[in-house]
Design a protein around this ligand. Sequence first.
Ligand SMILES: [Zn+2]
Length: 233
Amino acid sequence: MTTAADLFALQETDRALDRANERLAEIEAALGETEELVEARQQAELKRQAAAAFRSRQTELEWSVDEVRGKAAQVESKLYGGTVGNPKELADLDADLRSLRALTRTREDTLLGLLVELEDADSELRSAEAVCSGIEKEWQEGQQTLLQEQSQIEPDVPRLEAQREGQAGGIDRGALSLYQLLRERRGGQAVARVERGMCQGCRITLPMSVLQKARTGLGLVQCVSCERILLVS
Ligand SMILES: [Zn+2]
């Protein structure tokens, strides 16, 4: 004959199994990259691209400054080299030199401005990378903890399932189906303890007749209010 204690023991196993499965589902959902991490990585990547764009512009500008400086040097050596005597030609060379020097200054100024921007871009990149690696570190630690917990809980499931099978095997068909029905209807709790004459499932004070019947341990007695199977210990 199935007793309330048998069903209570089965319920303990079922609840442990529910808890293990719920926690495993939570862990499953929490594993993987977080939005925060993805966002931080994207930010760092954008800053990296911005700094790289400034750097390639810097190379171009340096090259263009060198180019115009080289041209000015050529004109200068022609102008002062003594090989040109024609005053008109000398005046043209002089004008060319002035305009090349002016262009050099303009390009140098642009380059200087760019270097300032590059420095800002680099510093933004460094801080974005620092934020990202901080988030990444925390995330990795969190994932590690979750994986550890997962590996601890996982073996519990087959163990509890086997235990449940053994327990359920010794329970009457009718009692088992009443238990299942109540578990579905009463949030997983089909069996309630009785303490100081009170059903611990719904906190109602039980009539003396019900209490006496439950105390005999003969047959299953249900709470008059919540219908849970009563266990008097
Ligand atoms: Zn009750």
